[in-house]
Design a protein around this ligand. Structure first.
Ligand code: NAP
Length: 249
């Protein structure tokens, strides 16, 4: 253990799968106490089992439920202590054009989870983060910068994450809280599995990734550890892209 996050208490929304799980495992390796919060409690429990020991717990959380976010914040404060690292990772992607039947639902769900969910979790833990002079990391996307076809709501939501990060970094700097985001490229998780399993789509994708491979959750966990740690003590308001060079093409 390198101890970069020794003494920290970190909550990761969507910590029961994919990128959130990768971040939870890496944070634990670096000494943090972990709360994996996910709408899928079984997934969160699996993350905790992978961490092992007593330094992790799983909690059920739907980030769209503001009251549930507030209740979890109170529970964490009472049972674990004041949070010092919040990772707003829970998110969904729905790929379809606006002229499809589900467009309205897709818009509401995507904005509800990817934007309002980020706000709800942040707002619920703000008092604790002020006490600990904590760190907030939200998971944006390369779509915080560009648009990939057939997902207007998702691109909008991830641009919002970047804007939220800039605005909040400014507002919270006087409280000693750093606020950053990460912009993953194509990362192998259940969300991207279908794309990666399609040989034509994968080949086409790789022409757009100079490093010649898709990413893994570990490729996002490293930047997350950096942003959460004191190595990044002067970094705030930034969206750190980890995409194998996707945005350079
Ligand atoms: P994932 O494997 O599906 O993990 C997301 C987790 O969040 C799942 O356990 C999911 O539960 C949970 N979740 C969904 N709705 C929730 C809610 N309302 N409240 C709490 N938890 C909820 O996805 P991922 O690929 O790791 O994505 C994580 C983040 O990275 C997302 O913000 C995504 O937009 C972003 N991202 C991913 C990629 C990529 O290529 N994978 C690229 C750029 C950005 P269920 O499975 O039960 O829905």
């Amino acid at each position: 253990m390198t101890g970069l996050l020794d003494g920290h208490i970190a909550l990761i929304t969507g910590g029961g799968s994919g990128i959130g799980r990768g971040i939870a495992l890496a944070f634990a390796e670096h000494g943090a106490t972990i709360i994996a919060a996910d709408i899928n409690l079984a997934g969160a429990a699996e993350t905790v089992a992978m961490i092992g020991g007593n330094a992790a717990r799983a909690e059920a959380l739907d980030v769209t439920d503001r009251a549930a976010c507030n209740a979890l914040a109170a529970k964490v404060k009472a049972e674990v202590g004041n949070l010092s690292i919040l990772v707003n990772n829970a998110g969904i992607v729905r790929r379809a054009t606006l002229d499809t039947e589900n467009a309205l639902n897709d818009w509401d769900d995507t904005i509800g989870i990817n934007v309002n969910g980020v706000f709800n979790s942040t707002y619920a833990f703000l008092d604790q983060l002020k006490v600990t002079k904590g760190r907030i990391i939200s998971i944006g996307s390369i779509q915080s910068f560009v648009h990939l076809r057939n997902c207007v709501a998702y691109t909008t939501s991830k641009h919002a994450v970047k804007g939220f990060t800039v605005a909040l970094a400014n507002e919270l700097a006087p409280h000693g809280i750093r606020v950053n985001a990460i912009g993953p490229g194509v990362i192998r998780t259940p969300v991207s599995e279908k794309l990666i399993q399609s040989p034509e789509r994968l080949a086409q994708l790789l022409t757009h990734i100079p490093m010649g491979r898709y990413g893994t959750p570990e490729d996002i966990a490293g930047p997350a550890v950096f942003l959460a740690s004191d190595l990044a003590r002067y970094v705030t308001g930034h969206t750190l892209v980890s995409d194998g060079g996707y945005l350079t093409v």
